[in-house]
Design a protein around this ligand. Structure first.
Ligand SMILES: [Zn+2]
Length: 574
């Protein structure tokens, strides 16, 4: 095609979500007129706070399911809570006595904070709330409930009958396993966790690596050794290393255990008919869960592994001041205190999953909002629809929730946070100032949900040294030592400063005073001399008003402080 060819204008833009949806539909084998339910799956262990890196696990299948739904096909986002996984270690901040629960299912460990019925529920709840705010709807499955109800019994027995094949596959991958490389500490911790949850042996001798492990009937822990298994009766005998109990569980009729992780995952692909599932990069290295699962699901469960997307790490910055609920690692709820829900979705929608990125809660937040607002303006023009706009659309709305909340009157986050910074005032006060700054609106509600976030960000995320401190009292010493130019500027400013400030007149006045001092009119173009004077004048104003060399834009600062206060701080005492 010729350079500059515009023939593709109007064509549907595509991105990674489009391609992942294509793959999922292909996996489901849906042809013309077929109506099979397509399943996009996610899974997470509610063992601790679910941080923003884990959020990729949820948003990746969500976005893909939304794309499939958009095409008019039947689809569900199925989320498995791995709450039947063992409690592995007592984190900092939890009483040491919780060590007693190590080895029990997360759903059977009490909530140390006593607000939920279990450890697992304590960590599910905040994520569920954040996802609801982000318009993510999913069909949730508790592995505890499924296993306890015997929903997988047929597959468990099938896996046990094929345990030699399973061991053959696992052994092959075990020897091939490459040492995963972590890029930083957080990632190293995640990798250590994923290695720890690998196929731990459940028995010894001929029952080494038995694929199924019961929780001890006496103490509830998984510290059991399988000592005998009868293929005829499906009786499984075990002894518990923790409490010494020896017992027998019948795998067909008593639902007391689970398949080891690397067998459990592919088993569920086949039971649930999973067509698409993402996983962390550490799950897709040689010898890891997906690689092994892909072979197991084919050889043991007669199913083709779902189309798969590996996602990279999400890092964080700018959180010096932040009191995260996850001990320094922010969660979705933390991010939603500062970012509008569509913007948080956009961070994940706009990048390929394999691309790592950082979320910066510092000054970068202001630029992020600017970028988002500018993309919103672009998206309003159908002629400019491209992959960037597509990501904007994916972030902005869902089939079920419709358009997610955004402010009816869009005011730059930069302005809202500046005014919040200078006034440290109420939403009503800020709303009044913003109105006079050129963003007319009827009520505080017209600025939400952004205004509240700007206030929170300013108060909780901006480091003290970057905050603006308005002088309580005039700087008497500086005012007593003004140069002649400075005296003239201040006199001309105060002479013309009206009692009620509006943004246009204030801007003209602040920039115009150095022109007046050089014999020009307020609206004359500045000469080079005037430009130099403006710089010096602005520095003087910052010094006298906020005791710093710089600060928020001067018109914003003037509007936020009000005429009387400005006058008081700029007037030399008689
Ligand atoms: Zn026991």
């Amino acid at each position: 095609m010729a350079r500059g060819n515009r023939s593709d204008q109007g064509a549907e833009p595509t991105d990674w979500v489009t391609r992942a949806a294509d793959d999922a539909i292909r996996h489901a084998g849906i042809g013309e007129g077929e109506d099979r339910l397509i399943t996009c799956a996610s899974g997470a262990s509610p063992s601790g706070p679910i941080h923003l890196g884990n959020l990729r696990e949820f948003l990746t299948p969500h976005l893909v399911a939304e794309e499939i739904r958009r095409r008019g096909l039947r689809v569900r986002h199925l989320h498995s809570w791995d709450d039947f996984d063992r409690f592995r270690k007592v984190p900092a901040g939890v009483p040491a006595s919780w060590a007693e629960h190590i080895g029990r299912p997360l759903s059977a460990v009490p909530d140390p904070w006593e607000c939920h019925e279990s450890w697992a529920e304590h960590f599910k709840a905040p994520l569920r709330a954040a996802l609801a705010e982000m318009g993510v709807e999913m069909e949730e499955v508790s592995q505890t409930e499924r296993y306890r109800a015997g929903a997988y019994t047929e597959q468990v027995l099938h896996a046990i009958r094929h345990r030699d094949t399973i061991e053959e596959v696992l052994a092959k991958h075990r020897t091939k396993k490459a040492e995963p490389v972590a890029e930083n500490d957080q990632e190293a911790a995640a990798l250590a966790d994923s290695v720890a949850e690998a196929d731990e042996p459940a028995g010894s001798g001929s029952l080494a690596r038995f694929p199924y492990k019961p929780y001890c009937r006496e103490c509830g822990r998984d510290t059991v050794d399988v000592t005998a298994y009868d293929d005829e009766t499906t009786d499984l005998a075990y002894t518990c290393a923790s409490c010494g109990f020896s017992g027998v569980t019948n795998v067909a009729t008593q639902h007391e255990g689970k398949l080891v992780w690397k067998v459990d995952w592919p088993m569920r692909w086949s039971v649930e008919g999973v067509d698409f599932e993402p996983g962390g990069l550490d799950h897709s290295t040689p010898g890891s869960s997906y690689t092994v699962g892909k072979e197991l699901v084919k050889r043991v469960f007669d199913f083709r592994a779902p189309s798969y997307v590996a996602y990279a790490f999400v890092g964080f910055a700018g959180m010096q001041k932040m009191s995260s609920s996850a001990g320094g690692v922010p969660t979705a709820a933390d991010a939603l205190k500062v970012l509008e829900a569509p913007i948080l979705r956009w961070l994940y929608a706009r990048r390929q999953p394999k691309q790592a990125f950082n979320i910066d809660f510092g000054a970068e937040v202001v630029r992020l909002y600017d970028e988002w607002d500018s993309l919103g303006r672009k998206a309003a023009d159908p002629a400019k629809r491209d992959a960037q706009v597509l990501a904007f659309e994916r972030a902005s709305a869902t089939a079920a929730a419709g358009t997610l909340p955004t402010p009816p009157v869009v005011v730059p986050f930069r302005l809202l946070s500046s005014v919040a910074d200078v006034t440290a005032g109420s939403a009503e006060l800020i709303s009044g100032i913003v109105d006079r700054a050129g963003y007319a609106h009827d009520s505080v509600e017209d600025l939400q949900p952004r205004l509240g976030r700007a206030m929170t960000w300013t108060a909780e995320f901006v480091p003290a040294e970057d905050r603006t401190t308005v002088r309580e009292e005039p700087d008497a010493e500086r005012l007593a030592n003004l140069s002649e130019d400075e005296q003239r500027w201040l006199a001309q400013l105060l002479d013309r400063l009206p009692a009620e400030l509006d943004v246009d007149d204030t801007t003209a006045l602040v920039y115009g005073v150095p022109k007046l001092a050089r014999g020009l009119a307020l609206d004359d173009a500045p000469t080079d001399e005037v430009k130099a004077d403006q710089k010096a004048f602005f520095r003087l104003l910052y010094e006298l008003l906020v005791g710093a060399e710089r600060g928020p834009r001067l018109p914003t600062l003037f509007l936020a402080l009000g005429s009387d206060r400005i006058r008081r701080l700029l007037t030399p005492s008689a």
